[in-house]
Design a protein around this ligand. Structure first.
Ligand SMILES: Cc1cc2nc3c(=O)[nH]c(=O)nc-3n(C[C@H](O)[C@H](O)[C@H](O)COP(=O)(O)O)c2cc1C
Length: 218
């Protein structure tokens, strides 16, 4: 009996030691993660959404742009809302403002090639959708079936930020599209490489003076 209880005590000590080691390892992992995060990027990059395509339509047909400013905006589960911020000089911005509807495709890694096409040039000057494999919602808004997920939305309110408009949208329907990994902004840069990064920087350089002038700040 005494032997049994001493064996039991030893087992408890052993379990406790194992638990402490696991906790210590987890603590080290999270410290390493925190250091790594700091090395990688500006902490504000934590607020970028996965890379999304926002589709809408007008009299001239459908159009879509890239957007990383999409945020959850509901507590009430049966009334899902999102906040989508679109820069005013984008053609898609005007289509969304006029039609009061948009569709969001959360892009997947295999669709990274769509980013330069939808995110660096404007549908004002060319048909960006040709050959992209897009499909239309019942309302005529374009989405990309190879993406990770899709959400069909109605605009509820529009908030003027000066340089951009934040559209508060109600999600009317959503579903997963595939099992492919979601395209993060970091992965997008890895997949698209230096040529894309240069074209993106160049686009920003051209646009920033105008945005600085127009934005609400102070
Ligand atoms: C990685 C990436 C992220 C972007 N994020 C946004 C964004 O959050 N909001 C926005 O309005 N435009 C964003 N853009 C820019 C638009 O996609 C871009 O200006 C596009 O050419 C607009 O097309 P359109 O004029 O046909 O609407 C982003 C572009 C890229 C490449």
């Amino acid at each position: 009996m005494a032997e049994l209880s001493s064996a039991g005590a030893q087992m408890s000590i052993c379990l406790l030691q194992r638990r402490e080691t696991a906790l210590a390892r987890r603590h080290m992992d999270s410290r390493w993660q925190a250091l790594n995060n700091r090395r990688m990027a500006d902490p504000l990059s934590l607020f970028w959404a996965p890379v999304c395509a926002i589709g809408s339509h007008g009299a001239a047909g459908p159009n879509a742009q890239i957007c990383v400013s999409v945020f959850g905006a509901s507590v009430t589960p049966e009334r899902p809302r999102l906040l989508v911020t679109l820069w005013k000089d984008n053609f898609t911005h005007d289509l969304v403002a006029a039609s009061e509807a948009l569709v969001i495709t959360v892009l997947s890694e295999p669709l990274a090639g769509l980013v330069p096409r939808l995110g660096l040039v404007s549908g004002r000057t060319q048909d960006k959708l040709a050959g992209t494999g897009f499909e239309l919602t019942l309302r005529g808004d374009p989405y990309f079936p190879g993406g990770a997920g899709v959400a069909d939305c109605d605009v509820l309110r529009a908030f003027d930020l000066g340089d951009a408009t934040s559209f508060l949208v109600a999600v009317r329907e959503r579903r997963w599209l595939s099992d492919s990994p979601v395209l993060s902004r970091a992965r997008m840069h890895e997949l698209l490489g230096g040529d894309f990064a240069e074209r993106w920087e160049e686009k920003l350089r051209r646009s920033l003076p105008g945005y600085r002038e127009a934005m609400a700040w102070g």
